[in-house]
Design a protein around this ligand. Sequence first.
Ligand code: CP3
Length: 346
Amino acid sequence: MKFENDLIIRAAQGEVIERYPVWLMRQAGRILPEYRKVRASLSGFKELVETPESAAEVTVQPVDLLGVDAAIIFSDILVVPEAMGLSYELIEKKGPWFENTIKSMDDLEKYAQTNFDVEDRLSYVLEAIKIANKEIGGRVPLIGFAGAPWTIFCYMIEGQGSKTFSKARNILYTNPTLAHELLTRITDITIQYLKAQIEAGAHLVQVFDSWAGILGKEQYAEFGLRYLDRIAKAINQVPVTLFAKGAYNSVADLAAMDCQTIGVDWNMQMKDIREVVGESRTLQGNLDPCALYSSHSEVEAMTNNMLDSFKSRRHIVNLGHGVYPDVDPEKVKTFIKTVKNYEIQY
Ligand code: CP3
C-alpha cells in the first residue's frame, strides 16, 4: 500500500523519518463540532458506531480538519463483548452500561460466546474501514483497534465503569478458573477481530489496555500480559501498538513482546521508558491531555519540551490518553502544528 504520508508506519517500524508523526487517541469524537453534528443527526452513539457511512465520515474528519498523520476507525472497544452476547448501552454523562454481566461459568455460554462468525457479527466495523479508506484516498494510514482482554473482562464482569473494578478483581482471587476461561474466550475473538480489520484495510492496530494499572505486577502478568502476548504473537501482518495504561512495572515485559510500538501515558517519563525499552521499539505518547487546557503558547512550549526529551527517532507523538471532549480544537491544532514544525535532532 502506497500512502502520500506514511510517516506513522515508518516510525512504527523504526525506519528513518523526516519528522515525528502525530495523532490523538479519541480524535474522532466530541472535540469536533462536525462530529457532534453527525451524532445529533442519528439516534445516538450506537447508531453512529453501527452505521458504516457515518462511522467512516467521523473517522475521516480529523484527517481533513486537524491534519493528523493517521486516522483511527470510529468504533468502540465494547463492540467485542456485544458480539459475544453482552449488549451495551452508552448512557449520557455516565458512560457504558451492560444489562447483564458474567457471574459464573454458566453465564459464559450465553454471554461469552465464541462459536460465531466474527466477520459477520462485526461486519459494520469492517464496512466502515473500507469506506473510510476510500474517503481517505491514501493520504494517511488507518489504525484499527480493540480492547485488551483484561480491560474487556473488567466491563463484562462489572457491567459499567468503576474506579476500582473490585468485582472484576474479586474474580481473580475467588474464581481464577472462570477468569482464565473468560480471558481466553475474549482473546480468541479479539485475534479474529483484529485480523478481520487488517483484511478490511487497517494498516496498523492498537490494543487498548485502559485498566492495566489497577492490577499489581504479578496479577497483571498472569491475567493481562499473558493474553496480550498471545495477541501480539498472532498479529504479524501490520505494526502493532500495545497501550497498557498505568503499567509502569510491566514496560520491560511489554517491550519483549512481538509488537512495534509501546504506548506511554503521561504519568510515565519518556526518558525512563526509553531506558527500559531501548531502541528496539517505538514509543507513542505522552503529553498530559489536560495540558491542552493551557494557552496556545503554553501548549507549544510543553509540546516542545516533550519533544526535546526524546532521545531517538523512534517516536509517534500522541497524548498520554484520549483527548478530553471539552478541549478547544484550536489547541489540538497548536499541538499538531508544533510537532510538525519540530526538527528532529537524531
Ligand atoms: O480514538 C478514536 O477517536 C476512535 C474511537 C474510540 C472510541 N472509544 C469512541 C468513543 C476509541 C479508540 C475508543 C476506545 C475505548 N472505549 C476505550 C479505550 C481507550 C480509553 O479511553 O481508555 C474505552 C475504555 C472505551 C469504553 C468507553 N466508550 C467509555 C468509557 C466511554 C464513555 C466515556 C466517554 O468518553 O464518554 C465510551 C464512549 C465513547 N467511545 C465515545 C466516543 C467518541 C463518547 C460517545 C459520545 O458521546 O459521542
